[in-house]
Ligand binder design. Sequence first.
Ligand code: GCU
Length: 427
Amino acid sequence: MRKYTLVTICLVAGLIKVAPAFAQFPADTANETESNVIPYTLPDPLMMTNGKRVKTTDQWMKVQRPYLYHLFEENVYGRYPKQRLAARYQVREESRDALGGTAVRKQIRIFLKPADTSVHIDVLMYLPANAKGPVPVFVGLNFKGNATVQPDPHIILSNNLVFSSVEKRNDDAARGTTASRWPVKTILENGFGLVTACYSDIELDKKDGWETGMRTTLQHELKIKPQEWGAIGAWAWGLSRIMDYLETDKEVDAKKVAVMGLSRLGKTALWAGASDTRFSIVISNESGEGGAALARRWFGETVKLMNDHFPYWFVDAYKKYNKNVFDLPVDQHELLALIAPRPLYVASAADDLWSDPKGEFLSAWHAGEVYSLFGKKGLGTDEMPQVEQPIGNTIHYHIRKGKHDITLYDWEQYINFAKVQWGDANH
Ligand code: GCU
């Protein structure tokens, strides 16, 4: 009898503790109705653990930024290895007369493990043919292989697998199939270069991808166990290795490298931008949950839904917050704030409710407080703009019409933004 009473008391006490979290945040459901959004309070990026608020850029850079960055490492993306590897770069192909004479095309292989030539990232670059000096570039990972980026028969078909619902290698039929996402002509005409590589070169995007990916093949060199980081961390780290190469390429202005990405690769671009300050502009294209969107805002995908479907993207610790996202010691506006004072562009699409456009907008708005410390203006308003009315200053935002994707409209905004931010509006 007594035993049962005790059990009952424990159960009731447990329920009391647990119930409000359930009631407050239906983590298993993706809400798509604005009026259903549950009130939430965001952590204050400027509040230090000693209870004082950050007042100077020095305090931010030396105390608060490292503290917040570490919270993201520990609770979300895992450790970002800092060891430098003895990488080797091989120019596999180069043409000064690509794309009808408008481009320089380079295909570079980055070997990351001296003893194993299968560990490599294949980079495809297009630079404007008429460049007078080093050019600013956009760098972003692609989903389906370099050959899909342009209908250019000279792109070397990768010998790596790509993974997009089925695992296969690129063949001729794949050429140019994602070209609408990479408007190379427009990028070049505006004086920029494009640098891309397939994220599958780093790790296949599936639960056991880590077993054959760089989290395993480089674990000893990097002194990090595969479980200490996730796939997003690995992809982001891969972007840093591409940056290492770009620093050696005299045709690239390594001080003007904008890192960008769509969706899970947008999450990746943000984490790369937060982790590696050599990326001087950071662009998030519909990065959604675990990217720009606020975790505490119950709209679109939830942390739990994302962790359930893609547990390998993040570290195990992130799962602790599946049902109690309010306990997460950070929220995504703080990830954006880690990019300060560098220019940041956050973009959404009107039909992409899964990514929570308003949550992405608000996150960019709240990051602005940290930009202010540096005398930089963020969005300048907390009122969400109309469709295709870009707004902002050092932080920019737009929501375009249409679905989850990256389009010419998105790119045109990034190009204009880069020109203004890099002080080259008449480029
Ligand atoms: C899924 C996932 C998102 C992600 C998206 C993508 O929809 O739930 O979090 O951003 O895939 O990468 O396309």
